[in-house]
Design a protein around this ligand. Structure first.
Ligand SMILES: N[C@@H](CCC(=O)N[C@@H](CS)C(=O)NCC(=O)O)C(=O)O
Length: 272
């Protein structure tokens, strides 16, 4: 059985959940609390995923530590059921997937949050700089891959820089332009079809997660193409959309329930 380590509201976990659901791949859910308990930073999880991020997919002979790898795995398993299997379409699908990964979802989400609630800025700054300091202190006192902890601390400092060096509304405007250009660059979609014809593709999976996030951030007006609006309506009716638990609004109760469930996650119970 495959185990999916993920977090309920996490964007890249949703990419993995949707890819796996669309490909009909069953997994055991292993929820992580990446927000309060920060289980992704634990040594047990670090041994599994040195990037200290979710999602991770683990199987008897498999360890995938990035959503793009899980997406590619799902596409390979789906075989001819997905348009990715068509060599004439694969390059364009690959470009659409890559274009999606070039968008910093975190910058989009946080610049929106800080534009709407500027008073959160000092809190976010304190949290991120506190986290960097804690990681640096841990790195100084552990023999377990301290370089990875320092790299993560540096990443948090860079996040802080991105969020505070430029006023949030300016960052948000740049993110909106990038997302708009991405959506404009997607192929025209025929009535009743998916992005690359009658078969689903990896690009459909990432687009669905992106649009779910735009909806949650009240940024769906960026989607002004009627063909893609029709696509989005159709996509939300797919069984996998429900099965993958794509969040289109923040669900406080579910968020807290997932944190509680995460406390019981046997992170490495079946490891060597
Ligand atoms: N490139 C990675 C990015 C994963 C990622 O950034 N995950 C976020 C949640 S959406 C995370 O784990 N954040 C926790 C952290 O960075 O400490 C992927 O596609 O899997």
């Amino acid at each position: 059985m495959l185990e999916l380590f993920h977090a309920a509201p996490s964007y890249y976990s949703m990419v993995a959940r949707l890819a796996l659901a669309e490909a009909g791949i069953a997994t055991t859910s292993r929820l992580l609390d990446i927000h309060l308990a920060k289980q992704q930073l634990s040594d047990a999880y670090r041994a599994l995923n040195p990037h200290m991020t979710v999602p991770t997919l683990r199987g008897p002979d498999l360890l995938l530590t990035d959503s793009s790898e899980i997406l590619a795995f799902a596409a390979a398993r789906a075989g001819a059921a997905w348009a990715d299997a068509d060599p004439t379409l694969a390059p364009a699908i690959g470009d659409a997937v890559q274009g999606h990964y070039a968008i910093s979802i975190e910058t989009l989400t946080f610049s929106k949050l800080l534009t709407a609630r500027p008073w959160l800025r000092p809190l976010v700054a304190r949290l991120l700089s506190g986290l960097s300091r804690q990681l640096e202190q841990r790195a100084a006192h552990t023999a377990v891959d301290p370089a990875a902890l320092l790299a993560k601390a540096q990443q948090d400092r860079e996040r802080l820089q991105t969020l505070t060096a430029t006023p949030a509304p300016e960052t948000l405007a740049a993110m909106r332009a990038q997302v708009r250009a991405y959506l404009q660059g997607l192929p025209p979609v025929a009535d009743g079809a998916w992005l690359f014809g009658s078969r689903l593709s990896s690009a459909d999976v990432v687009l669905a997660v992106l649009l779910a996030r735009l909806t949650m951030a009240a940024e769906l007006p960026l989607l002004d193409r009627p063909d893609l609006q029709g696509w989005w309506q159709r996509y939300q009716g797919r069984p996998a959309f429900t099965a993958a638990d794509l969040w289109t609004r923040f669900q406080r109760r579910r968020f807290l329930e997932a944190l509680l469930e995460a406390r019981r996650t046997p992170i490495l119970s079946s490891a060597a």
